[in-house]
Design a protein around this ligand. Structure first.
Ligand code: DP6
Length: 350
């Protein structure tokens, strides 16, 4: 192995989709079938350090460690990622990448660790390109390029680049939106939807029965795919309007409906499958009951798993957390939950 050329390090958070990315276009690399929008989970992040060495022809192209320990089960995904981005980053063949990644949340809690991990790795690679002057003729800025590269690792990762809501996929609602990378939702974000938080209620911390990548693939011959993609397009336009005007009730309706549509698509895939559990439904019922009784404006969303994300306004923190502790924690596995602010941009550490 040759000399070390450069070392960079980024912290990048996971994100939670409000309108879901579920299904990929039949052409291209990891292009979404419909636009999605997400909030960054600022307190749940991956920290990735990339060391770049000069490469001799006999060297292996990369070494991957998770918190300093080798993790062979992650290697095929990284290898695939590096192969796929080789077209965009021909310079990679001259270097060895030492990648170390670490999550500040437990693995297997259903938090999109691939979004945070590939987000951080995309940022590191884009930074190396920038610092070594390896990128020519790109029309993308640094964040777009990082998002573009992260997308190839995991679609949802491309939305982790911004403090403001991130939009990925072409939509008339957002100027400059693209299937290739996520953009920040510019313009006004209503104060009523600016300071929200997320409590992730861990219902199940095991491995998912069907991975997201496998789930996306089932949209290919799905009987309701076209209707779902069209609905997501409309929901995206509608939620952007709600975010701008502060229509919190409409925001809540769209977010909850999107979560249920995501799981409805799983239940109606061929073959069908279920990722939610009885306790997922019990938590949803309790949230609805609490909202009806108190008039508080909070809502749930779901990822591709059994865990429930409870989204609420920071001003309701005390009441919401009392409700979580008293009513919802009994439905969580070992009473586990994770809290996060919404927003926060990735941070360069080195
Ligand atoms: C349900 O980004 O994990 O979380 O692109 O195949 O890596 P790949 O899938 P992934 O899918 C995430 C799907 C989702 C919804 C969302 O984040 O929009």
């Amino acid at each position: 192995m040759g000399e070390k050329i450069i070392e960079v390090s980024f912290q990048c958070s996971s994100n939670i989709a409000l309108v879901k990315y579920w299904g990929k276009k039949p052409h291209g690399v990891q292009l979404p079938a419909n636009p999605s929008i997400s909030w960054n989970l600022g307190d749940l992040y991956a920290t990735t350090t990339l060391k770049v060495f000069q490469r001799d022809t006999s060297d292996t192209p990369f070494v991957f460690t998770l918190s300093g320990k080798s993790k062979p089960s992650f290697e095929p995904k990284i290898e695939q990622f590096l192969l796929k981005i080789a077209v965009d980053c021909p310079w990679l063949k001259n270097y060895i990448l030492h990648i170390d990644s670490e999550n500040n949340f437990p693995h297997g809690t259903g938090i999109a660790s691939s979004a945070a991990g590939f987000g951080a790795l995309g940022l590191c690679i884009a930074k190396v390109e920038e610092d070594l002057g390896l990128l020519q003729n790109s029309t993308m800025d640094f964040w777009q390029r990082s998002s573009y590269l992260s997308r190839i690792g995991s679609g949802s990762a491309c939305r982790s680049m911004y403090a403001a809501p991130a939009v990925w996929g072409e939509t008339l609602a957002v100027e400059g939106s693209s299937d290739l990378y996520a953009v920040e939702l510019g313009g006004e974000i209503h104060p009523l939807l600016t300071h929200w938080r997320d409590v992730v209620l861990i219902v199940d911390d095991g491995e998912k029965a069907v991975s997201s990548t496998a789930g996306h693939a089932l949209l290919k011959d799905h009987p309701y795919a076209e209707a779902r993609f069209a609905k997501a397009q409309l929901n995206l336009i509608d939620i952007v309007r709600a975010i701008r005007t502060g229509d919190v009730n409409r925001f809540i309706e769209i977010v909850e409906s999107e979560a249920l549509q995501l799981h409805a698509m799983m239940m109606t895939s061929v073959p069908y499958y279920l990722l939610i559990c009885p306790n997922t439904l019990a938590i949803i019922e309790k949230i609805w009951q609490y909202r009806a009784e108190t008039g508080m404006r909070l809502c749930f969303t779901l990822d591709a798993g059994a865990n429930v994300h409870l989204l609420y306004d920071k001003k309701d923190e005390t009441d919401t957390m009392n409700f979580v502790r008293k009513v919802l924690l009994p439905y969580c596995k070992n009473e586990q939950y994770l809290c996060s602010v919404i927003g926060l941009k990735p941070k360069q550490l080195r």
